[in-house]
Ligand binder design. Structure first.
Ligand SMILES: [Ca+2]
Length: 613
């Protein structure tokens, strides 16, 4: 539901932007290249995405294999969408053996994969009994790479490739006839999956390889965009009360509160001058979903939001502006943000550990672990970053702050489609239609999808009086184990020992409160994000779609992008401590040009145009 509303308002915003682009539109992209590209690309990328998605014109279908035709004729399998898919598992197995599937096993899984509660249920429903080749998580990628490089002993199905890695792997082998293209299966044999993809055209873009094919099937975990904006930006409400300030709603009011914190003395009452108004980190690496570095959160308040996300670092400082890829860290708003932080620094409002590069020294690993409040305002990912319960309760999430050129916050260049190509079928598989029908069964039933992803009823879920699956929690809000023994003592273990988790599961926003409650440990995190303006931020901005790139493009990004990010980080440190001048700003822009910033934008624009054709 929410997703659609966002998509609609984005489309409306895009249309409006296209109209306004002909008028003088100040702000983002006003500085040269980005603006030109925005005007040129507005029709191309923006329009294509809403039109016919990749592969949907294919109605030919994948021919049955010899074995499939034979098994169908013998009444051993059904491929019309009815269940079970394998009608006579014993007869099927004695004639063809089991369909083999390689899977990475986390250390906490002690139950054989085939005996997991969800695997047993899948078998009861479909008659599909996989021969699971479980490989320990440690070393899984290496083993998989060796197997793929040799091309020998390939299983019928690659259940997963290591979280988030399936896309790069299938692209790497795209021209080697290792994996079976699946778009014909999706279009003709998988009505449930096809509907989900057609309802979300961006997901089609994100699973389509540069050669136009899809491989395997996606893993999607929608959580109202949990990973698409940073975690809550907090302020100490108890300190606000002590200095007689309301919760700020503008950037100016926030600065006024920080000055009041600085001047108030012993706000935490321990007799020591140990308070700091603002804690942040200027190091991007390890900045979980754009949560800890306040610099980037504030760029939007000066007219052009930048975007960083450690989970998709090559797309850092890029954003879709008026339908085209723009490098936002060279906008004038970025310079104004640097001047703003130089002011904060000069006034003694920033914690002096904010420039630390060492993880253990970052405020979330130091200041927030103390049994007393030490900082006035900072970003978090999980609210559990603040370890002491009483200290935790002193903080509230800030509203989205209004600045001179816009509002705070940005959307992450990330996707809730976390893997493009799980449950990947190898080219030698004799029963690709059986696998496709199995995956369509898996994604077609919301309650089943949810349990396949997070764990089985009786392990991590119990039904409430209205039939909605709920995770049992104790009075402190912690997971209450449902099974005896150390192998089920926490949520992670109960999950790992009741389902494979990763694979082609699909959980959509519309499932919450209809089939299952929202993830019990993310409720507060989401609430804080909403207070920060999450929904408005997601409606306002278009992030860079997480499209699949060619091996050459990825190699080129690996060469040029880290240098570009280093330049940005280095200059931010220079500006905050020493101030911004025309000279160092121009030197910064020249350094970016020299490092290939235009090529970076071009690579992304090409990849996005290609995937959204
Ligand atoms: Ca104190």
């Amino acid at each position: 539901m929410m997703k659609r509303r966002n998509a609609l308002s984005k489309a409306a915003a895009l249309a409006l932007a296209a109209v306004l682009a002909t008028v003088a539109l100040a702000g983002c992209g006003a500085s040269g290249q980005a603006g030109d590209k925005a005007a040129a690309g507005a029709g191309a990328a923006g329009g294509a995405q809403a039109a016919d998605p990749a592969g949907s014109g294919d109605t030919r279908g994948l021919p049955l294999t010899k074995e499939e035709q034979e098994a169908l004729d013998a009444g051993l399998i059904a491929l019309d969408g009815s269940l079970p898919i394998i009608r006579d598992p014993d007869a099927f197995e004695s004639k063809y053996g089991r369909i083999t599937a390689i899977i990475n096993n986390p250390a906490e899984r002690v139950i054989p994969v085939g005996d997991l509660a969800m695997c047993r249920r899948w078998f009861e429903d479909t008659g599909v009994a996989f021969d699971w080749q479980a490989v320990p998580n440690e070393g899984y990628t290496e083993k998989l790479n060796l197997m793929l490089a040799s091309g020998e002993g390939l299983p019928d199905v690659f259940w997963s490739f290591g979280d988030g890695k399936s896309g790069n792997t299938v692209v790497q082998y795209a021209d080697q006839d290792v994996f079976l293209p699946t778009e014909a299966l999706i279009n003709n044999d998988m009505p449930h999956l096809r509907k989900i993809l057609d309802d979300h055209p961006v997901y089609w873009s994100e699973i389509t390889a540069p050669n136009g094919h899809t491989y395997g099937f996606p893993y999607i975990e929608e959580m109202y965009g949990l990973v698409l904006t940073g975690g809550p930006w907090m302020i100490n409400k108890m300190w606000l009360d002590k200095v007689g300030r309301d919760i700020p709603t503008t950037l100016d009011e926030w600065v006024d509160c920080m000055r009041a914190f600085r001047d108030a003395g012993d706000l935490n009452g321990n007799g020591i001058a140990d308070e700091t108004p603002i804690a942040t980190q200027f190091k991007v690496k390890g900045d979980t979903f754009g949560s800890y570095n306040l610099f980037y959160r504030i760029t939007g308040a000066f007219g052009c939001a930048d975007s960083i996300c450690d989970g998709n670092a090559y797309a850092n400082h890029l954003r879709m502006v008026d339908g085209a890829v723009a490098f936002t860290a060279k906008d004038e708003a970025f310079r104004k943000t640097a001047e703003f932080f130089h002011m904060l620094y000069g006034e003694g409002l920033l914690w002096d550990g904010s420039f630390e590069a060492d993880d253990s020294a970052l405020y979330r690993n130091s200041l927030l672990r103390q049994p007393i409040a030490l900082a006035g305002s900072f970003g978090t990912w999980s609210d559990q970053d603040i370890q002491d319960v009483a200290v935790h309760d002193e903080y509230v999430a800030l509203p989205r702050l209004q600045g001179p050129g816009g509002m705070t916050g940005f959307e992450n260049n990330y996707s809730e489609l976390q893997d493009s190509s799980d449950t990947c079928i190898s080219a030698t598989c004799r029963f690709p239609h059986v696998v496709a029908r199995f995956v369509d069964y898996l994604v077609g039933d919301p309650a089943l999808s949810i349990q396949s992803n997070w764990g089985a009823e009786g392990y991590v879920y119990e039904k409430d009086e209205t039939g909605v699956l709920r995770t049992p929690v104790d009075p402190d809000g912690h997971f209450k184990p449902m099974k005896e023994g150390a192998d089920f003592e926490n949520f992670g273990k109960s999950r790992a020992n009741s389902t494979t988790a990763r694979g082609s599961m699909i959980v959509l926003d519309g499932y919450y409160e209809v089939y299952a409650g929202y993830a019990f440990d993310a409720v507060q995190l989401l609430e804080g994000q909403k207070t920060n303006g999450k929904e408005a931020i997601m409606a306002e901005y278009d992030s860079i779609p997480k499209v699949l790139m060619t091996t050459d493009e990825i190699a080129r990004l690996a060469q040029i992008q880290p240098t570009i990010s280093d330049i940005v980080e280095r200059y931010i440190n220079t500006w905050i401590t020493g101030g911004v001048t025309d000279d160092n700003w121009n030197a910064y822009l020249s350094a970016l040009e020299g490092a290939g910033v235009n090529e970076l934008v071009g690579i992304y624009q090409t990849a996005i145009d290609r995937s959204s054709r």
